[in-house]
Design a protein around this ligand. Structure first.
Ligand code: FAD
Ligand code: SF4
Length: 473
């Protein structure tokens, strides 16, 4: 590959736009589940890194929830020392290849990048992904120094980004760490929720293998609260416990017809498609009936993922139905753009009020009303108000409800003395300490549905707090 000349790199500083991400063409990609964004080449990465001014003030760092030394890692890319760039990121982020793909950079680090004032910010996420992928492709992933085993047992409940990060950090400190995971596969939403075309599962698996190589034991198919309670773990000699059970309980709209055949929660739909490999039916025996027309209710990342999966499973028409306007859509801008490119239709300012079925109780039509926006609600977003007489029907075969998830209440209801919040979350301080000594929590179970990087950051902080606690018991 031809690398950019000194002259080209000098010129690149003046580019006001990010180097585009090479991607699969929209017409082709709707027929497969392969990754859409193909990643920067070395040439792309060098040209994009050249746009970074290496600001002394490091504005971009303010927007990173785990405080990655952004200008420093970009400098390593400029110096063509890509493994060093990856190691710099890994000083504070344990999952760079994943975060480089799924973090909402536009509302985090890139929002603060000074280059965004006149043109586009530096493509920080794209460069993060490049460095992490380079390191993996070289087989250069090093196992860090691990402190001598101290014989102290700690348990981690849940193997999403919060649990995996907390486990990895504690293993490095010499603890004997066991993760208990309810599903048959580790990884949490990274495995069962986010589709292959956005986050290839071999990348997630590589991070899980890395945590195993640090010495962490992962026990799958164990539901804490059913198979074993948290207090029983304590009786078995686990001196501290981290709960990272996420927010996997689907919310429903409470409208008539949600129990019809052909209505899925986004959780069930995405689990069937991703974890149970429904997209490779009949090679994998997980049928996902989609029909010709599918409506997805909601406009977050989960809704975009569901819509794009429905399209790839063969639905001819896929509609996102959302009661607010484009401006309020919670999904990442890139996901919305990709969905549009793939031909997903958007019914905005539209409130579903009923799902109607045929004589065999299969979904036939989604009844909606048009809305207008009123005053802002508690979330700060303008509330939708139904417009009288605006009712209309959208003929559909499948409805996927993607309006949010809540924490699963199992642990909270089977563990004495654990304080919970209004929406069923576990209450914990900023270090993850809950109302029970020795029990820590972090990630979506504490914050409600949030992001991978926040869950990872919470796992890291809790590991430090657990270490401090265990030194004093
Ligand atoms: C479809 C989808 C798309 C998303 N897209 C993005 C995105 O693009 N960018 C982004 O930053 N975030 C995204 N998110 C959000 C992000 O994935 C979550 O915020 C993050 O995974 C939370 O991590 P966690 O470790 O707290 O929980 P999870 O990832 O939910 O993991 C929790 C784990 O705990 C296990 N568990 C639950 N109860 C028990 C129990 N009783 N015993 C044992 N194990 C248990 C679960 O099986 C699961 O494996 C998305 C979420 C979804 C659902
Ligand atoms: S703010 Fe932007 S230009 Fe400045 S160091 Fe950070 S990434 Fe580079």
């Amino acid at each position: 590959m031809q690398l950019p000349s000194a002259e080209e790199l000098k010129k690149a500083i003046k580019n006001t736009q990010k180097k585009p991400m090479p991607s699969q063409n929209a017409k082709e990609r709707v027929n497969n589940f392969n990754e859409v964004a193909l990643g920067y080449t070395e040439e792309d990465a060098l040209l994009e890194a050249a746009r970074c001014l290496g600001c002394k003030t490091e504005e971009c760092r303010q927007g990173c929830p785990v405080d990655i030394a952004i200008p420093d890692f970009i400098k390593k890319i400029k110096e063509r020392d890509y493994v060093a760039a990856a190691l710099k990121i890994k000083e504070t982020s344990s999952l760079p290849a994943i975060c480089g793909r799924v973090c909402p950079q536009e509302s985090q680090c890139e929002q603060y990048c000074v280059r965004g004032k006149k043109g586009e910010p530096v493509g920080i996420g794209r460069l993060e992904r490049f460095a992490a992928d380079y390191e993996r492709a070289q087989g250069a992933i090093e196992i860090p120094d691990i402190a001598p085993a101290n014989g102290i047992k700690v348990a981690i409940v849940g193997s999403g980004p919060a649990g995996l990060t907390c486990a990895g950090e504690l293993a490095k400190l010499g603890y004997s760490v066991t993760i208990f995971e309810a599903l048959h596969v580790a990884g949490g939403v990274l495995m069962y929720g986010i589709p292959e075309f956005r986050l290839p599962k071999d990348i997630v698996q590589a991070d899980i293998d890395y945590v195993r190589q640090l010495g962490v034991d992962i026990q799958a198919n164990v539901i804490i609260g059913r198979t074993m309670k948290v207090d029983e773990l304590m009786e078995q000699g686990y001196k501290a416990i981290f709960i990272g059970t996420g927010a996997g309980l689907p919310n429903f709209m409470g409208i008539p017809g949600e129990n019809l055949n052909g209505v899925y929660s986004a959780n069930e739909f995405l689990t069937r498609v991703n974890l149970m490999k429904g997209y490779r039916f009949p090679e994998y025996l997980t049928p996902v009936r989609i029909g010709k027309r599918a409506a997805i209710l909601g406009a977050g990342n989960v809704a975009m993922d569901s819509a794009r999966c429905a399209k790839r499973l063969g639905a001819e028409e896929v509609y996102i139905v959302y009661r607010r306007s484009e401006k309020e859509m919670p999904a990442r801008a890139e996901e919305v753009e990709h969905a549009r490119e793939e031909g997903i239709h958007f019914h905005l300012l539209t409130q579903p009020v009923e799902i109607q079925g045929d004589e065999q109780n299969w979904v036939r039509e989604l009844v909606c009303v048009k809305c207008e926006l009123g005053e802002p609600d508690a979330s700060g977003r303008r509330s939708p108000i139904n417009i009288p007489g605006s009712e209309y029907g959208i003929p559909v075969d499948t409805v996927v409800v993607a309006i949010g998830q809540s924490p699963n209440p199992l642990i909270q209801t089977t563990t004495q003395g654990l304080n919970t919040g209004r929406y069923g979350t576990i209450e914990a301080d900023s270090d993850g300490q809950t109302s029970r000594m020795g029990i820590f929590a972090g990630g979506d179970i504490v914050t409600g549905a949030a992001t991978v990087i926040l869950a990872m950051g919470a796992g890291r902080k809790a590991a430090a707090a657990m270490h401090k606690y265990l030194k004093n018991v």
